[in-house]
Ligand binder design. Structure first.
Ligand code: TSB
Ligand code: ZN
Length: 581
């Protein structure tokens, strides 16, 4: 995809196109008032106050038409610098621009740009004339709260993009279409993987039977890996008392991400946003010697987080999620080794799933943000240095991000790019010197003294929700055999003659998720549907197969039909499953 934000020419074009959009909107809706219209990675948008009017699908072509008309007219784009008084006078009837002017630095240069009958407060830079704006498209629209705050008025946001030539625009639009087809929300619906319902609530997906199969397979897969690495799994409640979260520090540092508390008899509960406090208590339930460490407590744990309603997205960003979580309690001398094992596990899992496009991000605290991060420079410096040291020893490429750490410590996040929208974190591995102290955890060292363990928080899939969303997009819904809800579809060519044999094959494939297509539709129709449903293997059973007592199969994505004995077919299946192909 073209770099819009960081390419000087494209940046200017998109910036000017945002003004063109505003001008066209003003022509069509003279009452319109404009907040901000920045250039973003994918083009530009403008946030517009249209009173009670809500932009609809029908408005977009009209606005675009007006934009084309203005562009053709070819007015020059003229910059003018203003004194503060002039600016205040010029925009005196525009509360949004006044807000911007009043928040400008004292000696900032105030400028405006005029094109024909439209003037906007703006820093620039712009192209010389609107004539240069030829290859643009309005992409989408949505509501957006003024200043991103749900307590404020909802404005109308219109997104667009502008290029230098037609070829680039068409290529971009093509990529956009492709991305929409890959969007897990579409695939999730088409393949009946999950649903949402207003009565359940925003960001609270319901996993349908097909989705439940995928999730179970993922659980089995990672459980087996974790068993082999010495993890012990637990089940703990998805609520805790407010006191639990006060002890952990979440109440002070993570409250805005939590659902409000609820009173039951004398206890005040919260839906848990994280599982660490529960696991700390599990650790504290036993006495531990230095020889017992590391202790690795894992859980597939349901959490609830308050995510802004505009941010929730399919399975990728939800308010009710299930983490593939674990907390590793280690001695200080074990941090490096244990951290390395987690990174190895991440790499191992990514290899199994064929995930190649990802970035490691070292997420550090923002020293100024005293509200989010507990105030202990020594502890932070120690934790951040330790992480850097491990990463450098391990030799993995990473970049650093200030202000992205958890409140209790720095972390290594793995970032991936969804089909639509900005990057998200999948796996995470976090170092924590704080919570063990707050819960007064200890182990007995060689000299029989109490020592505080260090905790490593880690989630390999992140959440089953986000991971499933990602895998659906990576595979475009064509999941590998072992993960696929329906693994094999058996199509009798003619029910009258071939159904019985097809059924007998189905019974001998009881270890697999098999469907017999008994409908009296044409073969071509059934085959097409098997492909639409992205079923990995389709068996076609006709007279030849009945006569020779064998099977003919096609794999998803291939036109080739292969005929083998049933025994041979079973071997092929076993091999594919064993290799997680
Ligand atoms: C790893 N206490 C740690 C844990 O022990 C923790 O909760 N870390 S986290 O906040 O980073 O969350 C773990 C993972 O959950 C993230 O890496 C991300 O992949 C996933 N996640 C976070 N928020 C959401 C959400 N709203 N929807 C779906 N997945 C999410
Ligand atoms: Zn944790």
């Amino acid at each position: 995809m073209k770099e819009i934000l960081h390419d000087e020419r494209l940046n200017k074009l998109n910036h000017s196109c945002a003004h063109l959009l505003a001008q066209a909107v003003k022509h069509l809706y003279p009452e319109a008032k404009f907040w901000v219209g920045p250039v973003i990675e994918e083009g530009f948008y403008y946030d517009i106050d249209l009173g009670d009017k809500v932009i609809t699908e029908e408005d977009i072509p009209l606005i675009e038409k007006e934009m084309k008309k203005i562009a053709k007219d070819g007015k020059r784009i003229v910059r003018r610098e203003l004194s503060l008084e002039e600016a205040l006078e010029m925009f005196k009837d525009d509360p949004y621009k006044l807000d911007l002017i009043n928040r400008m630095e004292k000696d900032a240069v105030i400028s405006c740009y005029t094109q024909g009958d439209f003037t906007d407060l703006c820093r620039g830079p712009h192209v010389d004339t609107v004539k240069e704006l030829k290859y643009f498209k309005l992409i989408k629209f949505s509501g957006a709260y003024f200043k991103g705050d749900a307590k404020n008025k909802m404005l109308q946001r219109i997104y667009g993009v502008c290029f230098d030539n037609e070829e680039d625009l068409l290529e971009y639009l093509h990529e956009l279409e492709e991305a929409k087809l890959r969007d897990h929300r579409k695939i999730g619906k088409d393949l009946s993987i999950f649903m949402t319902h207003d009565l359940v609530g925003k960001g609270m997906p319901l996993w349908l039977p097909n989705g439940a199969i995928i999730r179970k397979q993922l659980e089995n897969y990672i459980y087996e890996k974790e068993q082999n690495l010495g993890y012990k799994h637990v089940y703990t409640p998805c609520v805790g008392t407010v006191d639990l979260y006060k002890t952990s520090g979440h109440w002070d540092h993570y409250k805005e991400n939590m659902f409000p508390s609820m009173q039951v008899d004398e206890e005040s509960f919260v839906l848990r946003p994280m599982n660490c406090p529960h696991h700390m208590l599990v650790y504290a339930n036993d006495l531990h010697s230095y020889r017992d460490l590391p202790i690795r407590i894992g859980e597939f744990a349901t959490d609830f987080r308050y995510e802004a309603s505009g941010a929730v997205k399919g399975l990728e960003r939800v308010r009710c999620m299930c983490q593939n979580d674990a907390h590793l309690f280690v001695r200080p001398d074990q941090i490096g080794e244990e951290f390395k094992k987690v990174v190895e596990l991440i790499l191992d899992v990514y290899k199994d799933f064929g995930i190649k496009n990802y970035k490691f991000r070292l997420s550090l605290r923002d020293k100024e943000d005293k509200e989010k991060y507990f105030d202990d420079d020594k502890m932070w410096n120690e934790a951040e240095d330790k992480l850097r040291e491990v990463l450098n020893d391990f030799g993995i490429d990473y970049y650093e991000a200030i202000g992205e750490a958890a409140f209790y410590g720095p972390k290594l996040d793995v970032e991936v790019k969804p089909a639509v929208g900005p990057e998200v974190t999948l796996s995470t591995c976090q170092l924590d010197f704080l919570l063990p102290r707050r819960f007064e955890l200890f182990y007995i060292d060689k000299d029989r003294n109490k020592q505080t363990p260090v905790v490593i928080h880690r989630a390999i899939f992140g959440t089953f929700d986000r991971f499933t969303a990602f895998i659906l997009e990576e595979t475009k819904g064509a999941l590998p055999l072992w993960l696929s809800p329906t693994q094999i579809s058996i199509i009798p060519v003619n029910n009258e003659y071939h159904l019985e044999y097809a059924e007998s094959i189905a019974s001998s494939l009881k270890d697999y998720r098999v469907e017999v297509d008994r409908r009296s539709e044409k073969l071509g129709y059934k085959l097409r549907e098997s492909v639409t449903r992205k079923i990995p293997i389709t068996l076609i059973i006709g007279q030849k197969e009945v006569d020779n007592n064998n099977v003919s199969y096609r794999e998803y994505g291939s036109e080739e039909t292969i005929t083998v004995s049933l025994e041979e077919f079973k071997k092929i299946l076993q091999e594919k499953i064993a290799n997680r192909k």
